[in-house]
Ligand binder design. Structure first.
Ligand SMILES: CC(C)(COP(=O)(O)OP(=O)(O)OC[C@H]1O[C@@H](n2cnc3c(N)ncnc32)[C@H](O)[C@@H]1OP(=O)(O)O)[C@@H](O)C(=O)NCCC(=O)NCCS
Length: 192
């Protein structure tokens, strides 16, 4: 256990039993958490982290029961306390993020709209929550928002300030805009 991370988080007022448990699990996997917090407003909610990640400024938020947030190995999440990353799973949904992903600061992932849209003829809810899946080696650019039902295949790059709201099928693309569309194909993330 890296005691300095634990003390750092304690003194920055982000201590909770759930957070302490996550810190302990992360340290066993050589994953570093900094400025992260967990809000667990329900039952049977889980956060599962992979190995060797650097996870900064993530707000894990689970509302209702049976929500699951998973991040694979070698993740690099570049949130900060002031510019966090929101991973919000609600009402029995999951956020599944693959290996070697990059999440920029101010990115948000939501599996629900939080309020219903009701069909006035049938009285049915039109906007049920849906799982979000992010593949391996994806890079989500600054201030992007990923909404319910999004599926990004391996090696997808999301342009800054995009709103992603549907499943994509082709690997190695850039998707960007609001709503996000494929703007470039045949690419992958590398060093500058
Ligand atoms: C996605 C990105 C990396 C692509 O860069 P690029 O390969 O040089 O792409 P280009 O600027 O040539 O753009 C290709 C097309 O996509 C469009 N596009 C690129 N980024 C866009 C965005 N964020 N929103 C909307 N459209 C975008 C361009 O307008 C262009 O469209 P056109 O062909 O019709 O002219 C870059 O635009 C971006 O968003 N950078 C932000 C990176 C970031 O968030 N870094 C944080 C550190 S983790």
């Amino acid at each position: 256990m890296n005691i300095s991370y634990l003390i750092y988080n304690l003194f920055h007022n982000r201590f909770s039993f759930k957070m302490l448990k996550l810190e302990l699990e992360a340290s066993k996997k050589k994953t570093k958490l900094r400025d992260c917090s967990v809000v667990d407003a329900g039952k049977n909610n889980t956060v599962t982290l992979g190995e060797k990640g650097i996870l900064n400024g993530i707000r894990f938020f689970m509302l209702g029961d049976n929500n699951h947030i998973t991040i694979g190995n070698n993740a690099l999440c570049r949130g900060t306390y002031q510019q966090p990353i929101f991973l919000n799973a609600a009402y029995g949904t999951s956020i599944t993020i693959g290996d070697s992903i990059l999440l920029a600061n101010n990115t948000e992932i939501h599996t629900t709209d939080y309020h219903g849209i009701i069909d006035t003829n049938t009285n049915k809810v039109l906007n049920q929550g849906k799982d979000v899946v992010i593949g391996n080696r994806c890079w989500i650019g600054l201030r992007s928002i990923v909404l319910k039902g999004t599926n990004l295949p391996d090696d997808t790059i999301v342009g800054a300030c995009s709103v992603v709201n549907r499943p994509f099928t082709e690997t190695n693309t850039i998707v960007a805009g609001s709503p996000a569309k494929v703007v470039r194909t045949g690419v992958k993330v590398g060093d500058l």
